[in-house]
Design a protein around this ligand. Structure first.
Ligand code: C2E
Ligand code: CA
Ligand code: CA
Length: 700
């Protein structure tokens, strides 16, 4: 029996509860225990305590507070001691229930003065739910603080929706302190860059109480720009009223830059930063549609640098790249606003001129003026790595709109015109005309067939005699023919330029050189010692393996170098004088003769060419043809012959067709003649027969 068993008993002088107090104690809904402060024994427990802990009163009365409180015994002892005789304290503990469950509790302890052992009254509140809520808030706070994304909370209750919270990541990202941003609307992050449609979008979403994601240009406290990916969501209270806006903010500048890089890579040429082929065709398609709609003309101008490959090979790619960048720069500064310059690849650039004029003729005239300006700018000398480089270009232009033009079709036509410009001598501008289309088609067919000609054995070596003043054969020029399966015998003019452009000329030139070597050996075996001249194209001459091939082939065929003549034109030398000189000296050192072909058609003076190891010059046919009747041509032929003699140069007159030619040339002491008058180019067997007839070789 304890004090609570005597409910009517009044409060004793020691303060031990009894009577009313006991009744209150027993029936109060708050959990209460009376504890002996000396040993921590539970002296009394009320009904609420029984219900809470899950033990009957009797059981509780056999327990110590230590059995309930989860703290270490020593801690509890110390607390009990401290409670005596001080008035009242509140603690937060964890109490264990009969079920084993642990509850967070707030305990108020009041010492009870009186006789007998010192006691205290513990009033216990179950704060588990409150504690959990508090912990949740604390966790949220910590999570927001720890988030690597910037987080902000704005107060929707105030007119200007000021920030009331920002996490450390946001402060770090923007460079502001919490005090500096608290109370301010987020718009200060935009600086003076207010004209952002994404910001309007965000404002509109907030007005409608909606979630919104945008990327804004924002500015840090130090004024630097960053791209801010902002996600703003409304926070509602229990009644659905928006009380706050929470903003998540992320610096996506790196990503933005990468996206920009990707765009740059996809649409721009990395070397020159000009639009690339893809972007150009895109813009062209747009402009063609525009031109058709508005009935105004535009133009496409394709620019191909002359001799660029040579610069690249001879001076290195670094130099080549420098030149391409410089050309790109010049194109850019010489364009009208709104026009597009692009690089198609290699040394090919293209320009789109828009909105030129309604009338195609007027448009073409304006296009010519602009393109000529570009052309002059490109041809201005450029300093590359301390050396002056003079560029030249060939430009093909096409005017649109036409009946049915596609961007690719226009580019193709500009390309055709560009080739025509190249053919007409480099350094030229040419406008596309429909007639060129057919030529371009033929050219394409030739290129395709020519690739097969070599492997199918369709090439032929024709031979044209060269004679002395007594008409005796002293030499022969090897000339190429193509026996096309459908078109018959094709003359070099129809295929050599294509072969040169495509590079096929290298293999073809090697083939005819080998044929010439074989012939030289065969003729020598038959007792002849006439010389055999072979033409060498500029491309073939530049080929790094050229000399290697020559010496190898002479070795394999046993041909004597002294019986071989290589004919080269000025174009070979013009490309790169120094390099040509080195190669030519090597050829001379091998014992092979060098002949300057087509002399008179180029620009160089004989004095200039004399620095090179030529042993012979061939006067171009165009001078011989008219010499007997044209004083100017006659004077030129005379001058060449007069100059050559003291310099120990052989001279061959080409295109000798008539007795008149022969007389004129003999009158000026020309030593060697070549032309239809003495013999047309003929197949090998015919030539051999001619030699036999002249008793130059045995008939065996
Ligand atoms: P080329 O080197 O000046 O050759 C002389 C050209 O003049 C030959 O034309 C020849 O047939 C022509 N010809 C010779 N005598 C007369 C004449 O009395 N009257 C007229 N009207 N023409 C005459 P072909 O064979 O058509 O060759 C044209 C050009 O093609 C050559 O001019 C040469 O530059 C080039 N070529 C020919 N074969 C080869 C070759 O094997 N390799 C290289 N790289 N080029 C070649
Ligand atoms: Ca020749
Ligand atoms: Ca010639």
């Amino acid at each position: 029996m304890t004090i609570l068993d005597k409910p009517s008993e009044p409060l004793s002088p020691q303060g031990v509860p009894g009577g009313i107090f006991a009744c209150v104690f027993k029936n109060t809904p708050t959990i209460q225990l009376i504890i002996d402060l000396e040993h921590g024994k539970i002296v009394e427990a009320n009904a609420a305590a029984e219900a809470f802990y899950g033990w009957p009163r009797e059981k509780l009365q056999s327990m110590r507070i230590h059995d309930i409180n989860t703290r270490a015994s020593a801690d509890i002892d110390a607390l009990l001691k401290a409670t005596h005789p001080s008035p009242g304290h509140t603690f937060q503990f964890h109490h264990r229930l009969a079920s084993g469950e642990i509850k967070a509790v707030e305990v108020s302890i009041t010492a009870m003065d009186g006789v007998g052992p010192p006691l205290c009254l513990s009033i216990i509140h179950d704060i588990t739910n409150r504690k959990q809520a508090e912990d949740r808030i604390l966790l949220c706070q910590r999570a927001m603080d720890a988030s690597s994304n910037g987080l902000t909370i704005a107060d929707a209750g105030q007119a200007d929706m000021p920030f009331i919270y920002a996490n450390p990541a946001f402060l770090k990202m923007t460079g502001y302190s919490l005090d500096e941003i608290k109370g301010h609307n987020c718009r200060f992050l935009q600086g003076s860059d207010r004209n952002q449609k994404e910001a309007d979008q965000l404002r509109e979403a907030i007005k409608q109480g909606k979630h919104c994601e945008v990327v804004l240009r924002n500015y840090r406290k130090d004024g630097t720009l960053f791209w801010n990916e902002v996600i703003v969501s409304p926070v509602r209270d229990a009644s659905g009223q928006i009380t706050h806006y929470i903003g998540s903010q992320k610096d996506v500048s790196e990503r933005k830059k990468a996206e920009g890089d990707i765009e740059q890579l996809a649409y721009f040429d990395p070397l020159t930063a000009l639009p690339n082929r893809r972007l150009f065709l895109d813009r062209l398609a747009m402009n063609v549609a525009f031109a058709q709609r508005t009935k105004t003309c535009g133009a496409v101008a394709l620019i191909d640098l002359d001799h660029f490959k040579h610069l690249n090979e001879a001076e290195g790619h670094e130099r080549g790249d420098q030149l391409l960048r410089e050309v790109a720069r010049r194109i850019n500064i010489n364009l009208r606003p709104g026009d597009t310059g692009a690089r198609l690849g290699g040394d090919e650039f293209v320009v789109l001129l828009t909105n030129l004029a309604a009338d195609p003729v007027a448009a073409a005239q304006l296009a010519r003026v602009i393109v000529e300006g570009l052309f002059e700018a490109i041809c201005e000398p450029a300093i590359l790595g301390g050396l002056t480089h003079q560029s030249a270009a060939s430009i093909g232009v096409v005017i649109f709109p036409q009946e049915k033009d596609s961007p690719l079709g226009l580019l193709q036509q500009a390309d055709t015109a560009m080739y025509r410009a190249k053919e007409s001598g480099r350094n030229a501008i040419c406008f596309f005309e429909p007639a060129m289309q057919a030529t371009a088609q033929v050219r394409l067919t030739i290129e395709r067939d020519l690739r097969l000609a070599l492997e199918r054995g369709e090439l032929r070596m024709y031979l044209q005699p060269q004679v002395n003043r007594t008409a005796a054969i002293i030499g022969v020029e090897a000339l190429m023919r193509w026996e096309h399966p459908h078109n018959g015998l094709v003359a070099p003019a129809a295929f050599i330029p294509v072969a040169e452009e495509t590079g096929l000329i290298v293999a073809m030139g090697e083939w005819i050189f080998a044929q010439a070597c074989i012939l030289a050996t065969q003729l020598a075996e038959k007792g002849s010692n006439i010389r055999i001249a072979v033409n060498v194209s500029p491309r073939q001459f530049r080929d790094p393996n050229f000399l290697g091939y020559i010496s190898q082939t002479m070795k394999e065929t046993g041909a004597s170098p002294s019986l071989l003549v290589l004919e080269i034109t000025e174009a070979v030398i013009f490309d790169n004088f120094a390099e040509a000189m080195v190669k030519m000296n090597q050829i001379k050192a091998m014992g092979i003769h060098l002949s300057l072909d087509d002399f008179g058609t180029g620009y160089s003076s004989l004095a200039y060419l004399q620095k090179l190891p030529f042993s012979e010059i061939k006067i171009d046919r165009s001078f011989i043809t008219d010499a007997p009747n044209n004083a100017h041509d006659a004077a030129l032929v005379e001058a060449i012959l007069a100059l050559a003699r003291p310099n120990n140069l052989q001279v061959v007159a080409e295109g000798v067709e008539t007795q008149q030619h022969v007389d004129f040339l003999k009158g000026h002491s020309c030593p060697i003649f070549q032309g239809y008058f003495y013999g047309r180019p003929m197949p090998r067997d015919e030539f051999i027969a001619m030699m036999q007839k002249q008793k130059l070789i045995s008939s065996k």
